[in-house]
Every structure is written in C-alpha cells, then in structure tokens.
Design a protein. Structure first.
Length: 471
C-alpha cells in the first residue's frame, strides 16, 4: 500500500512540474527564485541583534517588554506564510545607502535521498511518458484531413497531417478574397518531408484498432516521441523522404514539434532551416492541452526576502510616530509632481490638440525684425534708391548704373525692384536699402514709410531678388 502511494505521489509530482526541480533552461532574470521587499516598518537594534544571534525576542526575560516593531515584524510581514514544514528562515544584516537593514531569508531544505523511491519514480515516469505519447497522438487525430499554412517572406509552407510538409511560392492574393495561399504552378515546389509508408500503415491500423486496448494502440502508433525542455512537454514527429537537396544530394527532412497552446487555434508558429535542407517546424495547438501532461508549467512564485530598517532603540518610538502621522496625512499625489505648465510658442499651445488652419491668427512679427542687421556694429547699410511722399514733392533718387556695378548689383534687377516698391508705396515715401553684415547673406530691403505690412511684402520679394543677384 505504501509503495502504491509513493508511485502516485511521484506521478503527481511529474505532472504538476514540482517547483523544486531545477532546469538549466530556467530564466532566472525573468522568473527569479527570490524577490526583495523593503518593509515600511522598523526594528530596533536590540531585536535585530537577538534575531542575528538566533535568540528569539519572545524568549527574552519577561521584564523585557517587546516593542511595537516586534509585532509589525512578525505580523505585518509582506511574505506569505508557508505551510511547508521544511521552510525555515535565516536573518542577515545588510547595508543599503549606508543604512542598516535586517532581512529575513526563507530557506528550503533539500529532502533526504531515497534510492528505492527514486527507482519507483523513474519507472512511473516512463509509464506516464508512454501514456502521454499515445494520448497525444490520439488528440492530434482531430487534425486529420486538415492543412495548416505559414507565410514567411517569399516562401509559403503547408503542413498536412499524416501527409507531408511542402515549400512553395504562392500566387498573388486577389483583393477581397481571403483564403489559404495557392501555389504558383509556374514555380517549383519542394517537399520538406512526408509520412513514410510504414507510418501510414500504422496510422491506418491505429484507426481500425480498439482504442481501449493499450497494447494494440501502442503497436499501431506512428513514430512519435515525447520530449521535454524547460519543464514543457511536447510531441515530436520526424518526417523524411523529401525532395532531393541540390547541395547535399540527400532527401530533405523536417522535425515537427506539437506544443500545447491553450489560447490559440491550430497554427504554425515558425519554421527554420537548422542545417542545409534540414528543417524544424513548431505547431501550436489547443488539442494537446486536453491532457495535463502537455500543459505549460505553472509559474512558481518567488520566495520573498523581507527587509526592515534597523534604528536605534531610542529613535524607534519617534520613527513609528512619524510613520503613523505620514499615513494619516496620505501620500502626495504623484500626478501633481509630474504636471508641467503648458508650452506656448507664438501664441499657440503645444500639444493642445487644436488644428491651426490658414484662417487662424498669424504669429506677430517681432518689432526689431527689420533692424536685425542694422543693429549689428559691423553691418554696412547703403541706400540705393529713395522717394519722398507726394505731399513732400514725390522726388525720386536712384543710384547711377556705375555705382550699382561697384556694389555688384544688376541695374536691371534694381530698376524692376524700384518699380515694384514704388507701385506698392502708392503716394507714400519709400526707400531701398542694401545691408551687408559679416558672415551674413546680403539683404535688399524695400521699406515703405508708415506701412509695416508693405515693408514685409516688399522685403520678401527683395530677398528673392537678392538671392538671384548673388547667383
């Protein structure tokens, strides 16, 4: 009776993936075995020393009154209470940012080895693996007469259960039509692996055999094995006899892995070429999840290492009082610290989510825009044309052609510019200035007296003409 109970426990441990089993595939960074929690409660130097010396504060003389932190350390700890009798704790003193912390570390004792139990466990494992292999093949028979497809760049792949795996180029998909990719008949198709005649006969005999008879089922199951990696079990089927490889001169072959995926439909996860003309395909299916042996391993919760700040005995009451006062006031709103004032550029709020169209208010032009170059000490300003207003007589003065050539200006361009500015000014006074500043592009400005808008328009036109003149 005891032997039967031991075998049952070993099988149960195998199926449920005991967290005590270590695997080299465990990702310790993603799934650490321990997590450190800094508690908000405090512990005094006296209690910390007692715990470090393996003397519980509860065994101190009755005249020694335990402080408030003793209760908080034992009752308010963040780690869950374990029901495992093998779970023990040790205490370590660490320093973080020059502050002392007393940490309580859970320790798991390794159970004593029992060779008899280990042999029985291995035998139970073999029986369980054989049962899971047969059961897994039975669940996969629901894929009979179905094909799965996978598209990767230029190539498309198809997997037909109990048939073959092919690689081909698909026809261009037609708009509005959804369906599996169709092979382009003008291109070659490669068979990566197919079910052999022997495996086909086994599959047919499996259908005809009595599914309740274990011996008949085991004999008729096609070549398929159960493998485990990182606590995950999956079925593997190796298909050979594919199209002859041009590089190796041997038939192509492929290994097909069937993984349990509870939240997905039948699909091909990926396919890759391990070596020349030797491939690996992973298929995720919810059908295998009907057997507990193929379920993903349960996530093991990390053991908690709880650390408490160590304070002097005389400061303990004050620290506890300050902590209680802070709790009553409540934490400050984290949103208030991160809120920034809105940024405004040219009267427009950045990030306000408002469209700025052509009818919106234009950004004001700075008052010193026209004096940008004239304010520079080294800037040279020369007036090449000017005119008084009509009320002042309307006299027009223009530099001679020789003077314009000395300034490296085109007389025809200046004459065209003069007519435009004069037309823009109408009866007002105007002038044309040339500004040369070190390190700056030469500017030709047309300025109309008492009309900022006209100055701006004339300036823009003159800028274009000045650039043409330089070229």
């Amino acid at each position: 009776m005891l032997s039967a109970v031991s075998i049952f426990l070993s099988v149960f441990q195998l199926i449920n993936a005991s967290p005590a089993i270590f695997s080299v595939y465990d990702d310790l960074l993603a799934f650490p075995k321990y997590e450190i929690v800094i508690s908000e409660t405090y512990i005094s130097n006296t209690e910390a020393s007692a715990l470090l010396s393996k003397t519980s504060p509860l065994t101190l003389p009755q005249s020694s009154k335990p402080s408030e932190s003793t209760t908080s350390f034992s009752d308010q700890t963040d780690e869950p209470k374990s029901t495992n009798s093998d779970l023990h704790v040790s205490h370590e003193l660490i320093y973080f940012h020059q502050e002392p912390y007393l940490c309580k570390i859970p320790l798991l004792e390794t159970p004593m080895r029992n060779e008899t139990l280990e042999q029985e466990t291995r035998a139970a494992e073999r029986q369980e693996l054989a049962r899971a292999t047969v059961r897994g093949w039975e669940l996969l028979q629901e894929l009979e007469d179905e094909c799965l497809y996978f598209i990767s760049g230029w190539w498309s792949y198809s997997f037909c259960h109990n048939s073959e795996v092919t690689q081909f180029h698909q026809l261009a998909p037609q708009p509005g039509k959804i369906g599996p990719p169709k092979r382009d008949p003008s291109t070659k198709q490669f068979v990566l692996g197919r079910v052999t005649t022997q495996d086909n006969d086994r599959a047919i005999s499996w259908k005809k055999s009595n599914r309740n008879a274990e011996m008949n089922t085991r004999k008729s199951t096609p070549r398929m094995e159960l493998q485990a990696k990182g606590g995950t079990r999956y079925l593997v089927q190796r298909l050979e006899g594919g199209t002859i490889c041009d590089l190796t001169g041997k038939p192509r072959k492929i290994e097909v892995q069937f993984h349990c995926s509870p939240t997905a439909t039948d699909r091909i996860g990926y396919i890759k070429e391990l070596v020349t003309c030797s491939y690996l395909m992973a298929i995720y299916t919810p059908r295998l999840c009907d057997d507990v042996a193929f379920l993903p391993p349960k996530e093991n919760k990390a053991h908690t290492i709880t650390c408490h700040t160590v304070v002097p005995d005389k400061d303990l009451a004050k620290m506890v009082e300050l902590q209680a006062a802070g709790t009553q006031l409540g934490p400050e709103s984290p949103e208030a610290e991160t809120v920034e004032p809105p940024k405004i550029v040219g009267g427009i709020v950045l990030g306000a989510g408002k469209w700025i169209n052509i009818d919106s208010e234009r950004m004001p032009i700075p008052d010193d825009f026209s004096d940008e170059f004239s304010q520079q000490d080294d800037a040279i300003v020369e007036i090449i044309a000017r005119a008084k207003s009509k009320t002042e007589g309307g006299q027009v003065e223009v530099a001679t052609e020789a003077d314009l050539k000395k300034l490296d200006l085109d007389p025809e361009m200046i004459e065209t510019l003069r007519k435009e500015v004069q037309k823009l000014a109408n009866e007002k006074g105007w002038k044309i200035e040339i500004i040369d500043a070190p390190g700056q592009t030469r500017k030709i400005l047309g300025i109309v007296d008492g009309n900022d808008d006209d100055e701006e328009g004339a300036g823009e036109k003159n800028d274009d003409l000045s650039n043409k003149d330089e070229l």
